[in-house]
Design a protein around this ligand. Structure first.
Ligand SMILES: CC(C)[C@H](C(=O)O)[C@@H](O)C(=O)O
Ligand code: SF4
Length: 476
């Protein structure tokens, strides 16, 4: 047999039926269900008199609409409340286990599932949410689906999909101090653009990737969607296996041994062919900050806001101009001179324990700048929150002036009460800086947790690579 990529291996193992020139039918192992994209799917099942095909494949929790303060007083917004109530009702009705609002395991699905051992190598993982690509960090074939697909997977445990092309992103070398996988992926998106990954599944490889923790690998795979790719993945190694061992939903005993034996095969064969290869030099990567309204509008923190006048392509020039007007920025402003109103540390990109450790270490013993109106830390799950509290990280944050919240998507997209007001400028560890993403008229700059934390203290962006703190390699 010819050399196979990791994608080939995952694909072949899950194809139920292959069509020439059409989508294939894939078997789905894990279905993550949130409150936003599932109500209509469940309604569809009911109308057809169907039941979920394999309830045990489902992991459900509300994440987008949940309040991050005072949950006991309920959800004020009627739309948010209706979605959360619908998930409760549907899970009760169809006997689907759910992590409810008061369950410590509740949180953002892309944080919760790996934490529970619900994301395993060699599986297919879907969710009605684009950032499902996150789970590919475990050598899973993981991708977001739409609401009608959610219904199809509930009903049949299968999904029609066309095999993506393969892209290898090889990152070699050592990251400088203070640089994280968020900077790697922002640098990648800056290089290939928001449609550079369209039609591809991206596999990350190379010595830099091997040195990264599982948390850091999840951040990489989380953001491939912002490069247009459907899924991201990282091959299995010791770190993958160590992370999973002992988690509640992980296999045990003889099953564990058999699973590990199979998981070890989940690497691209030497000489496997990729449709596109992109190389990055880790030692050249600097802390990244977005300046515009798309994740590829990004520069290094020691750079400046670009000048549309320097760009010859009229379409690109107009896009830049529109973004700058929305963002309220003047060309050639140094990034370190951009003054902020709010800071958000959270989201499925960067709200895992390692992210909070890195941020807490930066703010330790200091105070949030008086010009910052609000600095939020929203852990990715109740268990991340509990772990952080056990380590005293919450105290480091609150005594610096941050607010310490309950788990959820929160200000990543403002479907709950946590939002930017019009014109407010925010350093955010999330993944999307689209117009109005964090609240109508809000201005988002995407950064790493270390960069967000340092910006909160200074009141403007600062270059964290000139500060001393642990890297993601130390934490692995
Ligand atoms: C609401 C949901 C469907 C959406 C997504 O698919 O990604 C959200 O999570 C986001 O990040 O924009
Ligand atoms: S944290 Fe943000 S990106 Fe992630 S699922 Fe929630 S809204 Fe989407």
């Amino acid at each position: 047999m010819s050399a196979q990529t990791l994608l080939d291996k995952l694909w072949t193992r899950h194809v139920v039926r292959e069509e020439v020139d059409g989508p294939s039918l894939l078997y789905i192992d894990r279905h993550l269900v949130n409150e936003v994209t599932s109500p209509q799917a469940f309604e569809g099942l009911r109308l057809q008199g169907r039941k979920p095909w394999r309830v045990a494949s489902i992991l459900a929790t509300a994440d987008h609409n949940v309040p991050t303060t005072d949950r006991r007083s309920g959800i004020a917004d009627p739309v948010a409340k209706a979605q959360v109530d619908a998930l409760d009702h549907n899970c009760d009705d169809f006997n689907i286990p759910q992590f409810g609002l008061f369950d410590p395991r509740q949180g953002i699905l892309h944080v919760v599932a790996p934490e529970q051992g619900g994301t395993l190598p060699g599986t297919t993982v879907v969710c009605g949410d684009s950032h499902t690509s996150t789970h590919g960090a475990f050598a899973a074939l993981a991708f977001g689906i739409g609401t009608s697909d959610v219904e199809q997977v509930l009903a049949t445990q299968c999904l029609l999909m066309k095999k993506p092309a393969s892209m290898l992103v090889r990152v070699e070398g050592k990251l400088a101090l203070g640089i994280s996988s968020k900077d790697i992926v922002l640098a990648l998106i800056g290089q290939i653009g928001t449609s550079g990954g369209t039609g591809y599944a991206i596999e990350f490889s190379g010595s830099t990737i091997r040195s990264l923790s599982m948390e850091a690998r999840m951040t990489l795979c989380n953001m491939v969607i912002e490069a247009g790719a459907r899924c991201g993945m990282v091959a299995v190694d010791d770190k993958t296996i160590t992370y999973i061992q002992g988690r509640p939903m992980a296999p045990q005993g003889a099953d564990w041994d058999a699973a590990v034996g199979y998981w070890r095969t989940l690497v691209s064969d030497t000489n496997a062919h990729f449709d596109r290869v992109v190389e990055l030099n880790a030692s050249a990567i600097r802390p990244m900050v977005t300046w515009g309204t798309s994740p590829d509008m990004v520069v290094t923190v020691d750079g400046q806001v670009p000048d549309p006048a320097q760009v010859s392509d009229p379409v690109k020039r107009q896009d830049m101009q529109t973004a700058l007007t929305y963002m309220g920025l003047t060309p050639n402003t140094r990034m370190t001179n951009i003054v902020l109103d709010k800071v958000f540390i959270g989201s499925c990109t960067n709200a895992r324990i390692e992210d909070l450790r890195i941020a807490a270490n930066v703010v330790k013993g200091q105070r949030v700048a008086t010009t910052i109106k609000q600095a939020l830390v929203v852990p990715g799950s109740g268990l991340v929150k509990a772990q952080a509290e056990a380590e005293g990280l919450d105290k480091l944050f609150t005594s610096a002036g941050f607010e310490w919240r309950e788990a959820g998507c929160s200000m990543c997209l403002g479907m709950n009460e946590d939002r930017l007001c019009a014109g407010e400028r925010c350093a955010s560890t999330s993944n999307r800086n689209f117009q109005g993403r964090q609240g109508p008229g809000g201005r988002t700059h995407l950064v790493s947790p270390a960069m967000a934390a340092a910006a909160a203290i200074a009141g403007h962006f600062v270059d964290v690579s000139t500060m001393t703190h642990p890297t993601q390699e130390d934490q692995a």
